[in-house]
Unconditional design. Structure first.
Length: 417
């Protein structure tokens, strides 16, 4: 994903890409940048602001910076309209000012104004107009330059919340934070819950880790549920480390995958590349078959088991689907062969299980989710096949696991083959 510079036209004066308005166009109190430039701002969006100064000698300058009326004094968090905005990479010098803003208010106009007094009175202050680059957050690059030349490499670390984490809290407790360190980026994902709660997520950068407590860069905007890890209606939120590479190369011998969902965490591959992601011919990045689990095999004669889905773990014997999880195949009697399990669903329904006899295959898993992907959901598991009741019967085959989630951002993607 390439970053884009926003050209700005104010009162008939085209400002170019990063420079000050011509003298004939001053004084103008600020610049209005429409947000978003293209499409909706997402949790991964950022805007980079920059204003160039002329004839300023004081270091640091006497400057007032405001974003939608909120004074920006340096790095940190600021309440801007409806959003808690994080300011990073802040630089203020006689040459100008620049900073990066994260978690901006969605679908609101952004008014950025810089006023430099430079020993003058406020009435004589000079206001400068700023430019902006808008694009996806490409990460800090803290995890360096990495080459993957082995198959099946898992680059993420996974854990889950211990208890619920309420909106407004700035620290969360996890089961095991040993795979996380200060400065990491994390993804918090509601991975098991009823339809009304499943799939909510949040990225947080620059975390701090102490024992199994993770301190966030800003308060949570949403309550995440993780108070029922077992049973037929679990509520589980997982926490995933998101590597921030400078460059990443997957060689012809290498492949990246994720930990398979185990009922607590997994099923996600997520990373950022500040510069170039290179995937050589035969190199692979995939999240295949690491989602919700398929129905378990039946060791003896009987019906197949349902596949797992977002709200229920499945496992019941029967042909009916478990939300997105496929139903199990119907058992074969003395006259008939057993039927296969139904396929798991997600954005499209699964496929009914096949049968070579009068026995019914497991019913297909149902659809769920939305085309706009406001929430992140794993694919559901397929149902297992049934085991015959006749003399030649034996154990059935398990259902296949659903697809996982693959999230990546990179400045440039170079793929060969």
């Amino acid at each position: 994903m390439f970053m884009r510079r926003a050209g700005i036209l104010v009162s008939g004066c085209f400002l170019g890409w990063i420079f000050l308005a011509p003298a004939a166009c001053l004084p103008i109190p600020g610049v209005t940048i429409l947000a978003p430039e293209e499409g909706a701002i997402t949790p991964s969006s950022l805007v980079q602001f920059e204003a160039v100064f002329q004839n300023v000698t004081t270091d640091p300058p006497e400057a007032l910076l405001t974003l939608n009326g909120t004074e920006i004094t340096g790095e940190g968090t600021f309440q801007v309209g409806s959003a808690t905005v994080r300011i990073a990479d802040f630089e203020l010098s006689p040459a100008g000012v620049r900073f990066t803003a994260f978690h901006l208010p969605i679908a609101e106009e952004l008014h950025f104004e810089v006023t430099v007094t430079e020993g003058r009175s406020a009435s004589d202050a000079v206001s400068f107009l700023a430019s902006a680059e808008r694009g996806l957050y490409l990460g800090s690059g803290k995890d360096g330059d990495v080459t993957i030349d082995e198959a099946g490499v898992v680059i993420n670390a996974y854990t889950h919340l211990v208890g619920n984490a309420d909106a407004g809290t700035s620290a969360i407790v996890v089961e095991d934070a040993s795979g996380f360190e200060d400065g990491d980026e994390i993804l918090i994902l509601q991975s098991a819950a009823p339809e009304t709660e499943i799939g909510f997520f949040a990225f947080h950068q620059g975390i701090e880790v102490s024992a199994n407590t993770i301190t966030l860069d800003r308060p949570l905007d949403h309550t995440f549920l993780s108070d029922r890890l077992d049973g037929n209606d679990p509520r589980i939120t997982q926490v995933i480390k998101v590597p921030n590479y400078h460059t990443l190369t997957v060689t012809q011998f290498g492949s990246i995958t994720g930990k398979a969902w185990d009922g607590r965490s997994g099923g996600v591959v997520a990373f950022r590349v500040q510069e170039t992601l290179t995937v050589e011919r035969n190199g692979l990045i995939a999240a295949s078959a690491i989602g919700y689990r398929g129905g378990a095999a039946i060791p003896e004669q009987g019906k197949g088991r349902q596949g797992e889905s977002f709200a229920h773990p499945g496992g019941l014997q029967g042909i009916d689907p478990n939300d997105g999880g496929g139903g199990g195949g119907e058992a074969g009697r003395e006259c008939c062969d057993a039927a296969g399990g139904g396929g798991g669903g997600f954005g499209t329904p699964g496929e009914d299980g096949h049968s070579a006899s009068s026995e019914k295959g497991g019913l297909a898993g149902l659809t769920y989710g939305t085309p706009t992907i406001e929430r992140l959901r794993l694919g559901s598991g397929g149902g297992s096949g049934a085991a015959d009741f006749n003399e030649t019967g034996g154990a059935s085959a398990p259902g296949g696991s659903g697809g996982g989630i693959l999230l990546l951002t990179a400045h440039t993607i170079a793929a060969s083959g």
